[in-house]
Write a protein that binds this ligand. Structure first.
Ligand SMILES: Nc1ncnc2c1ncn2[C@@H]1O[C@H](COP(=O)(O)OP(=O)(O)OP(=O)(O)O)[C@@H](O)[C@H]1O
Ligand SMILES: [Mg+2]
Length: 308
């Protein structure tokens, strides 16, 4: 069984700019794979190559075993794509947009009619199917583009920021749908919502400046954050003073104060008793463990600088 997606030493140059560099990745069939990275990291570039909209400069990429350089036709037959920018035909109604797409994919009317009905219902667009996309809100347009990609039941579905601009309800509807179809198809998505990646994806890749910087399950990525455990300590008063006291302790790696709460990062959890001893008699209201999030991993790997 070939991998759903396989790339080896994949490189893309835009003139002198290297958008993808020596990029290697493997995605198992039937999995939900998340690609994360700051603006300009190269995510859309990778999707464009995999969906045969653009050619790599060097290296190899395969979708279900088909080579992106020589077997574009085979690949296009088995993929669905939600591009980063909505690309709807403004002179066709929502339903006509879907019908045109179905026909371009060689579907017969008796097959696509029922499927369009089903998907429009599911995406909450049934009532607006006779309207033109320009009269839709941004979130509704996005849902229509997702609906369109799902229409031919692709083997591999590429979603470039599928939920950007969606309200929490619509985002959840997309997640639920993605979960319900997972297994029957491979889903490759990019997102800037790290919570979304955490909730949905079996495996996650983090990239930056065209390179792969980390790969694994959410848990594996979190485990990469070496040592250290962080606690939040809320004080009745005097948080600033206690923060100073904690800063001076050998086992304390970092201290941050927000209002009455001090976030203290320890070398290891065994230091907690030492910290508690130092705070003996202090007006502590609450202590809680600060769980690591995917965002902590993301920031630790890609830094805090805003990209151009
Ligand atoms: N057609 C193009 N011509 C020249 N440079 C390009 C082109 N498309 C993208 N780039 C550059 O390649 C780099 C990667 O862009 P890409 O769109 O792949 O990033 P991205 O990870 O999808 O970012 P975002 O999160 O903002 O969507 C950026 O530096 C971008 O400016
Ligand atoms: Mg992009």
């Amino acid at each position: 069984m070939p991998s759903a997606i396989l790339t080896q030493t994949l490189t893309k140059q835009y003139g002198s700019l290297t958008a993808l560099s020596d990029f290697g990745l493997e995605v198992e069939q039937g999995s939900i794979f998340g690609l994360l990275g700051p603006n300009g990291a190269g995510k859309t570039t990778l999707i464009r190559i995999l969906t045969t909209l653009m050619r790599q400069t060097s290296g190899e990429a395969f979708v279900e075993g088909f080579d992106t350089r020589t077997q574009g036709r085979e690949i296009r037959r088995l993929i669905g794509v939600v591009p980063q920018e909505n690309s709807l035909d403004r002179y066709l109604t929502a339903r006509e947009n879907l019908e045109l797409h179905a026909r371009l994919h060689g579907m017969e009317a008796r097959h696509y009619r029922a499927r369009i009905d089903e998907l429009l219902e599911l995406m909450g667009l049934a009532g607006r199917q006779k309207d033109f996309p320009d009269t839709f809100s941004g979130g509704m347009q996005r849902r229509l583009v997702v609906t369109r990609a799902l229409l031919p039941s692709p083997r591999v579905l590429f979603l470039d920021e599928p939920t950007t601009g969606l309200d929490p309800q619509s985002r959840r509807a997309v997640w639920d749908y993605v979960r319900s179809i997972a297994g029957s198809m491979t889903i490759f998505l990019t997102t800037h919502y790290l919570e979304e990646a955490e909730q949905l994806c079996d495996r996650i890749a983090i990239m930056d400046h065209g390179r792969l910087v980390a790969l694994g399950s959410t848990q594996e990525l979190k485990d990469r954050l070496t040592g250290g455990t962080a606690y939040q300590i809320e004080f009745e008063q005097g948080a600033e003073g206690y923060a100073e006291l904690l800063k001076g302790m050998a086992c304390v790696r970092g201290v941050e104060v927000t209002d009455r709460t001090v976030c203290v990062e320890l070398e290891q959890w065994e230091c907690l008793s030492e910290v508690l001893a130092a705070l003996n008699g202090a007006p502590v209201r609450r202590i809680s463990l600060r769980e690591r999030t995917l965002e902590d991993v993301f920031i630790s790997l890609t830094g805090t600088g805003v990209r151009e």
